[in-house]
Design a protein around this ligand. Sequence first.
Ligand code: BGC
Length: 955
Amino acid sequence: MNGQKMQCVLWSIVMLTAGLGVLAGCSRGKVSDMQVTGLRCEYLANPLGIDEPEPRLGWMLESPVRGQKQAAYRILVASSEENLARGVGDLWDTGVVESDRTSQIVYSGKSLRSRQRCWWNVRAWDRDRHGTAVSEMAFWTMGLLDRDDWKAEWIGMENPDEEYVRQLGKNPDLPLNSPSYLRKAFTVDRTVAHASVYASALGLYELHINGRRVGSDYFTPGWTQYNKRIQYQTYDVTGLIQEGGNVIGAILAEGWYSGHLSWMGSRWIYGTENSLCVQFEIEYADGSSDIVVSDGTWRCTSGPIMYSSLYMGEMYDATKEMPGWDTSGFDDNGWRLAVIREKPEALLVAQRSQPVHVTGTITPVNMSEPKKGVFVFDLGQNIVGWVRLKVTAGPGVRITLRHAERLNADGTIYTANLRTAKSEDVYITRGSGGAELYEPHFTFHGFQYVEVTGFPGAPAIENITGIVVHSDTPPAGTFECSNPLVNRLAANIQWGQRGNFLSVPTDCPQRDERLGWMGDAQVFIRTASYNMDVAAFFTKWMYDVADAQTSEGAFCYISPSTTAVEGDWEAAPAWSDAGVIIPWTIHHVYGDTRIIEKHWNSMVRYMDYLGAVNPDYIRKNKLGGNWGDWLSIDDDTPKYLLATAFWAFDARLMGDMAEDIGKTDDAEKYRMLFARIQEAFQKKYVSPDGRIFPLEGDVEKVGSYPPNHNYTGGIGESQTGYLLALYLDLVPGDLRAKAAEHLVRKIGEKNWHLSSGFIGGRLLNPVLSGTGYNDVAYKLLLTDTYPSWLYPVTNGATTIWERWDGWTKEKGFQDPLMNSFNHYSLGAVGEWLYGYVAGIDTDPAAPGYKRIVIRPCPGAGLDYAHAVYESIHGRIVSGWKLEGSTFTLDVTIPPNTTAAVWVPSDEGSAVTESGVPAGEAEGVTFTGREAGRASFEVLSGTYRFTSTVSHPKEL
Ligand code: BGC
């Protein structure tokens, strides 16, 4: 028996004994009521082609029993399905590990090589040491880990017009380039056991094999800082290959790399020529293998896609289709040979987040004809994506689809806010007799309305279908309450996220911008993480943030940056600080220390940069864009105040993160830094009566962008000034209550309206509820007069608007130069809906919802609220209702976690759980009272608490 076989036999014995529960004192025979589900590798379900050499594994537990938890686990990772089925973890067998950990478990088995296939499962033991059934099998595969693994060349199509090429980059009015079609025929003469394809592009690509599209991803390889990092995707194409003739085909388009990007006609930011890199690997049943790569033998041509541009749209001439171009037997003699392009120097990395997918379709709710032959379809929802057109016509009929978010008063589409983005798709019919279906390929639009012209006759609703497209981050949260307008607001926040999370978090999907603005991302990430599982999405984006950091240390304020070479970006307050806030938040929500470790040096360089340019602890130098509390309403916040507060924020988060990754010295250093900034802040901005404003009367009118928007910073008190000071502990303890009073005064002065912008908008309600003014927070939530969260809702919004006054009854549309109707930032109140109204949060001391906090804050105007959140540890529910003075709170806490549950209840009244005094209920321990609430330590399980609560008073 050779060594390897011997090892297998030994493993089998170990596994069998473990299965019988003999190991580690596990009790014999009984199967646990607990189930292991939702296996994830690097946050993804069964990912293909990852390049993390030590990927992190995790799972969830389900159990109907209160207080259930994991006492031990065993992970098996096998190099073949058969081995795993036999219980042999030849790559990694953790043995029975005494641990309650279920996430962020770092693979520490045999070192993984390129292309390695890893099958894995998990078995857990519960608190009574009963073993669970072994989980369902999951898998991941490794990508191409070494540059040398890549044998493929980067190829493209020579542009026929040399003059055109010469002009690239100089003339913004040049027509759009056509995508190229590339193909390679090859023969397979043996039985195929497995086939994989690895693909990337500078530009966007769509792969086909034997007439079928490979995978269902869009906008591959995704947007990154292309001069530093380019992603590749891995697909299992075993099922697409056939014995005999095969063809691999690709369509290559401009995308972010060389298309229009940023604003006002800017294009060719990263490069001018697109190229494709494909490596197709076949393993035969007889053990031999073959490889087909992109090289100079591929053939290429232009085809029916006349152009396809992210901002401008697509023109598709179906009369130019080349039937069978991606199948064998097609005559490609008229096609040219592909040219070999220079290999990019950037890192080629595996895609590490969910790809962009079609996640839904929408049937229009209405069609009108505001002008003869001009048909306008209303999807009833502002979406991101495109439409599918269905048409029956003769050949060469040109149908134009224009997209818009709103309508003009005369019912025609309002396109002024698109700036230079045309968002227009043109389809020229094939005319083959039957119905033709058309969807564009490499463009997306932000729209609710589609204008159709050129349609033969009058179209019907069924001729148009809305296609919803975004990064396929799994849904995680739902929020519902008794007020339908608030429910619509919650839905609008979700839709805003869906539309703007497309490869990177972007600002607006309709106009010529669509950039990874970091201020927007940092205010919204916490809300985003309630709505969806964004762990992988932001893990990927943090590399874009780090790649865009300047050599001086400033995080950029747009990531990926819109300069291919390093620009002279400075650190814009509240925007660049996302470089620190994002890793902290991902750690907070998912218990992820790796994101901190990976970016620690970048963050330290950033902090060093801030320190070096601001020696007196007031941040007033190198403030870059310096947008202050962007888009506040007549309530500017002093710019240095805001900047200094964010520096303090960074210092505090750095201190916490240093602690969490065991860097005790750094933790101390950043706490000291926080204390210094706090001291400087108090001296400069906190008056003895708790007011917050520049005490020396400094006019902090610095930086203005855009010039005509008068964003010059405030000189006095502002809602956001108070919010920052209170949220970040910049007010001395004895003045906190006073400062909160002043904040409330400021809100009262606006007749109980908010006036803060992007930055303060996030903090308003959490700070109010947290400082004893929950009633004011509810008042702001439920106000529907301008400016408020519900004003757009009552005016037909189906997404979050960029500006409080994007449209008002009195003034109509805001300045079309900057007026998006789908911009998630002002939706950052979602965090308060989940975290305060429903009351679900994680204990910061046990990140990743290992210890959960359920602390609902009911308020006047709502009779019930209910939220469900799929945390990394499983499903959490908090739902309350108030009938008369009877308060009912339904809570679900996932196995293997505990919770502090704060039940609103009047002083002296009893709290029960499922009919028994709560403190005596199974899994519940009474821990104390505070004004208006009783607190309990609660084990996992499902509970119904009942208490008496006098109805919250309206303000
Ligand atoms: C974007 C924002 C961004 C801002 C910077 C705008 O054009 O749409 O969302 O944060 O510029 O202030």
